[in-house]
Unconditional design. Structure first.
Length: 202
């Protein structure tokens, strides 16, 4: 009788153990599916975020390209008109500047500098702009400035006849020395030409 009771107890406990094991397995499987679904949701969200970021990046890049293209068109048109107004060919000037600067400055920035040079009254010709570009590249490298920075300093410094700006390129010059030989009635154009030639000798 005692043996039968023991068998019954063991049988019941075994069944209870199996039931709990099954429940545990079911809970584990449920949790596993939950984790898997969570990772799927995270992966889906990540893909959506990355796709959105790519679309935004491409959109911004396209907008930037369109903006630059429009700016280039406007500057090129202005450059062509200004060059024509002083009897010069803008295409030849730009090509000469690109050659002089050694390809270190893009066309848009070169055209901007050429426009500034014309507006400031610098004697702009194909040869002189190539000479200026070569000088800017050489002096810029000597003082650790980019071709764009050096070209800007040179154009502005000569146009305003400013020894202070030209000092950025290591050029030391005095306006009175540059104007030596000019008569008292010298025009601004004559002074600027004399100043230009004095700078180009440095």
């Amino acid at each position: 009788m005692a043996t039968e009771n023991l068998k019954y107890v063991l049988q019941v406990e075994n069944q209870d153990f199996k039931r709990k094991m099954n429940e545990s397995q079911l809970a584990t499987q449920k949790a596993s599916r939950g984790i898997t679904d969570s990772f799927k949701n995270i992966a889906g969200a990540a893909k959506t975020f990355i796709a959105s970021a790519v679309v935004m990046s491409v959109g911004q890049a396209v907008a930037s390209m369109v903006k630059m293209a429009e700016e280039t068109r406007v500057v090129r048109t202005s450059f062509s008109r200004l060059a024509e107004g002083i009897g010069q060919d803008s295409t030849r000037i730009l090509r000469a500047m690109e050659k002089g600067i050694g390809g270190t400055v893009n066309q848009l920035d070169l055209m901007k500098q050429a426009n500034s040079a014309i507006l400031l009254g610098i004697p702009v010709t194909v040869d002189k702009m190539e000479q200026m570009a070569e000088t800017a590249l050489r002096l810029g490298r000597a003082v650790g400035r980019t071709g764009k920075e050096a070209m800007g300093d040179l154009v502005t410094g000569i146009g305003r006849m400013s020894p202070l700006i030209l000092d950025n390129l290591g050029i030391t010059i005095k306006a009175e020395e540059a104007f030596r030989g000019l008569g008292e009635g010298a025009t601004d154009a004559q002074k600027r030409m004399a100043f230009f030639e004095a700078v180009m000798k440095k």
